[in-house]
Write a protein that binds this ligand. Structure first.
Ligand SMILES: C[S@@+](CC[C@H](N)C(=O)[O-])C[C@H]1O[C@@H](n2cnc3c(N)ncnc32)[C@H](O)[C@@H]1O
Length: 280
């Protein structure tokens, strides 16, 4: 069989990526082996080019010998883009369709998996306060990226983002003066600490860690798109095991429960919105 140079290059690159991800897993415990191949490849090459290296193998050499480089690579591999009240319609539906049911519970546990720098969980805390539910809620906000969590714990965001966040808040059904929720300090919006009082931030890796509680609401938005089918299936099992019957699963715009093994265990709360109720 003749192997063309390009397919030979592709095969070598595939081997190099597999070896690098295996090395990272065995040396540091971070498991990227089941991330979507195209996005991992793009991000690895970005690092190779930024550091002026010649190949993925050179990247392997560098990160396995230098934990600081691993930390930098980690931030390239963990896409932390987020917003407050991102996809505001979903929050509007949650407010209208889910909050009334949660009111019947004496205590409510939330899990925001892949919370990044905290905008999503803070949005939920604001919504819950407005619905009179924050006091009885405990929100677990987890991410694999400790740097993102550190930022999340502060509840501080750059002021330039507030115009967009205010617009999202209003579209999500918020009725208060959004600026009442923060004070401005050195070009930053500092959110009132009461919103984070019931939030527990912790490192948790969806690829390797187990469930740690039973929840009434799980939000994991814009995280599963970076995983391949094997890892998506693992995480969906984890969520199924962690969600109470009647509990709500919230996914990102480009994610859904179609084609997962447990699809028939959920009902769609409203067509076109990525909010699902576990029914069995
Ligand atoms: C694009 S952000 C999504 C933030 C927020 N959920 C949202 O929708 O705005 C993706 C987050 O998932 C986190 N993430 C990626 N892989 C993860 C894993 N295996 N375990 C936990 N978090 C992970 C990243 O660190 C990043 O903070």
């Amino acid at each position: 069989m003749q192997i063309s140079p390009s397919s030979c290059d592709e095969e070598r690159e595939r081997i190099e990526i597999e070896l690098l991800l295996e090395g990272i897993y065995r040396h540091y415990g971070y498991d990227f082996r089941n991330y979507a191949a195209s996005s991992i490849r793009r991000r690895l090459w970005h690092r190779v080019n930024t550091w002026g290296l010649g190949s993925i193998s050179a990247l392997q050499d560098r990160v396995l010998h230098d934990p600081a480089s691993m930390a930098e690579l980690m931030s390239s591999l963990s896409v932390s883009v987020t917003e407050m009240f991102r996809d505001p319609e979903l929050f509007a539906v949650f407010r209208k369709e889910c909050a009334p049911r949660l009111r019947q519970l004496p205590s409510i546990r939330f899990w925001h998996a892949g919370c990044s720098t905290g905008e999503e969980v803070l949005s939920m805390a604001i919504l819950l306060e407005e619905e009179g539910l924050l006091e009885r809620a405990r929100l677990y906000a987890t991410d694999m990226n400790e740097e993102a969590l550190e930022q999340a714990r502060t509840g501080v965001f750059h002021l330039r983002k507030m115009r967009e966040y205010t617009r999202n808040y209003l579209l999500s059904g918020g009725k208060e003066e959004f600026s009442e929720y923060y004070t401005v300090k050195n070009e930053h919006a500092v959110f009132h600490p009461r919103f984070l009082e019931n939030v527990v931030f912790a490192q948790h890796n969806l690829a390797t860690d187990q469930s740690f509680n039973e929840f009434h609401v799980i939000f994991c938005r814009n995280v599963l798109i970076y995983f391949n089918k094997t890892l998506q299936d693992r995480v969906h099992e984890l969520f199924y095991d962690s969600l109470a019957v009647g509990g709500v699963l919230g996914l990102g715009n480009r994610e859904s429960i179609n084609f997962i093994a447990r699809a028939d265990c959920y009902e769609t709360i409203l067509p076109h919105e990525k909010l699902y109720r576990k029914v069995r």
